[in-house]
Write a protein that binds this ligand. Sequence first.
Ligand SMILES: Cc1ncc(COP(=O)(O)O)c(C=O)c1O
Length: 926
Amino acid sequence: MTSESQQTPRLDHLLSTSSARFDLWRELNAITEAWAAGANGEHAAVKAAMARLVAMEDFFAFPGPQLMRTLGDRITAGDASAAARFVQRISRSLLTGSYRYDSSEWETTSDAGEYDSLAERVLFTPAEGSSHKPYFETLFVTPTPVAERIKVAHEIRRLRRAEDAMNYEPVLVGSVVDALLGTLLNGKIEAVVIFDGVPVPSQHDVPLLHEYLAAYRNLDTSNVVPYKVGVTLAKLIKRIRPELDIYLLSDREVEKLAGDPSAACIRRIFYEAEELLEVHLSILEGLADRFETPHFDNLKRYASRPISTFHALPIARGKSIMKSNWIRDMGEFYGQNLFLAETSATTGGLDSMLEPTGTIKLAQEKFARAVGADHVFFVTNGTSTSNKMVYQAVTKPGDIVIVDRNCHKSHHYGMVLSGAQPLYVEAYPMTEYSMYGAVPLATIKRAMLNLKAEGRLHRLKMLTLTNCTFDGHVYNTLRVMKECLAIKPDLLFLWDEAWFGFARFSPFLRPRTGLGAAAELEEWRDSPAALEAYAAQVAELGEDLDPADPRLLQRSLLPDPRKIRVRVYETDSVHKSMSALRQGSIVAVRDEDYSKHESAFHEAVFIHASTSPNAQIIASLDVARRQMELEGYELVMRATEIALRIRREIGEHPIISKYFAVLGADKMIPADYRNSGFKDFLAAGSTWVTAVKAMYDDEFYLDPTRMTLVCGTAGFDGTSFKNLLADKYDIQLNKTSRNSVLLQSNINNTRSDVALLIKVLLKISMEIENRLKDGGEAEQAAFAARVNGLMTDVPDLPNFSRFHDGYREDPGSVTLEGDMRSAFFAAYEEGDCEYLPLMDARIDERLARGPEMVSANFVIPYPPGFPIMVPGQVIDAATIGFMRKLDVKEIHGYNATRGLKLIRLSAIPGAGQVKAKSPVKPLKRK
Ligand SMILES: Cc1ncc(COP(=O)(O)O)c(C=O)c1O
């Protein structure tokens, strides 16, 4: 390792490269200015800062080798003022992005006016009209010697034509490892051209980078076979950014290569010596394909046509608004295009979302490609509807679904609609913060094995989990699916990824998404190693797993690769993490047996989709897909950086950290589920290598972009703190718990947002600090009592008790699934229901002596936002205790005046007589 490479730690921080790079340029800028101003000893510092940048800059087109060389020459020659001007110009250009359209930024002239005769001019062909053409970079992986790369880059630039719709700049690297590093580091890369036969080892000596690549199990380059370099590299690059177009130039038998199924991930294969222009045109065509947004483009065309409408949609074309005396401000506010594009038409060039055959169908297919699904359905009423559609399509009355009790209400309602019976499993509690974690795999396996022991496994249809949870717990999706399929090889999985759609575009998080894991599962299944590993398991545990065998819960199970069916459904609130309008959501399907549900799925669309879907929401789904396919990688990287910055600033600030803390992985996930020993992103000893290892190995992982900020230690309950930030400081937060709020960074956030948040937290901390100082002992005691009340005097989180026996087919069974749908409809008969106020002594009486109380409906307090009672559930003391202690105002399903709505026992099948004393101890009333 050279001393220079030792000085490039930022290069190792792969997931924060874009701001690390800007920081390095800012640093060089500051030091060169000091040097130019005559500060002593700064020349050496400038050289060192330049050295830190050089290794990084090899992977970016701008400033590129020519400008970097000129800059280096000026620094070496000791020309401080020329170097300072040069650095300033490059930094400005990087920051504003002007290099993407202004050819003059690439010239090696200094503003002193001289022109470097070595320079080649980068001439971008201008776009017609005022706006400039989109810009991207193409990675060329070529054995060309370093000294000749500038010439080759110039030849590539010569291919540009005025009629090209976009401009790209080439980035040349010389090996497989450098190609992977370039793909990871440079988010502007959109296409890769590989010259077959490039060497494997990196030309950059940064060991931690190689360790990092090795930590990504699926990016291991140690076994690349020389004659398969091109195809192998293409596959590895696809694992980092599946959306990139890859072209292979080979001098071998390209016809044979093209027919090789393992080369399917390559967009086109060319015979090396031929047609560089064809490569250029293919690159542009590939980009155009991702850029194209069929429905949005179509809607824009529609809006620009002079159309008279006689539909029932007066707002269309905007005439009723623009001509109105009274509502014209709406038109002025939203702009005319919104109304020109409002339409209820499904013909005349527009498509129908209920039965798409045209541009909506195409847009859905493109979305499916982008997320690695076979099918995508657009949904214009949020993931609430997407989830219900999945239940409707794949489950029927009597099916059993294992489901996190703490999941979004749409799942519970989905089962009320379909008649599937929930078998609730519990997430681990985080009582101190009044929230839940995620469901341990052992709990899920135990539920499945119990069903098997009781002969009902065949009725288990699906497992539903929230990934990530509201608070950021991410499942080990691959492991969950493998282990569950070991017990039931045709199980369906519904991954509710309402919050997690963006994760697809991060190589770091993708393996933990439902669809990312589905792809890995298929790859694993097709590998010879899978069968070998399974055979070893059979030798130990037998083929038919014995539910009573305790080892099944203690070890990881493997399914029989010959038997499993990959059946994955993923729902994403595109509006929650990408640039879609509110309610834009998708159902993504990767189900090998989809044909069994295809017609039911279409029924589900008919049942749940509006017959008047909003054209703008559909168009925004189309556009959100375009954005993520083109810049999702970079944007998600930035959202992660922002989150890490917030975590660092709060954790390290001497005053803020006295009152506030962002919970690390070690606080959010018990050690038992963090086998790798990973503590947190910012803990001592954490690098991206340890983070990647944890991402692969640990049972649960924390989404870095979701930050639980504890505010109870500052004397605020979650709701008051949320309101304070919104009302006084214009900062909007996500959900709250009793003593915390959830901050979420997304592709929209900037470092200015971080600055504002930190400034406000400091202000609030200072106010507390001053109040405690000025208020003396009385104030301090009151503050301590308030903190204590919020942080330690917290109610226990109640587990699901059970369904009443009348709603269970076999009340003696170990598993507690129940017929929630019948209970739900029983509550429609008011005469069959009774009400008991929460604080009424009769509740304690009934808890102590019966008869049992059976909930008539869902009761969902916000926060925490999960149903603490569902229809048909026997209400126990723990639930009553929790409700009595809850200090939230919003409780859906609970009418404070009338009380809890209960189903009279006389209305429950098989019940009706007074039951024996409840085994649960009642809570004493305070
Ligand atoms: C886990 C989960 N699933 C589904 C939904 C519903 O999504 P939408 O708001 O898009 O209807 C939510 C909403 O917050 C959620 O948290």
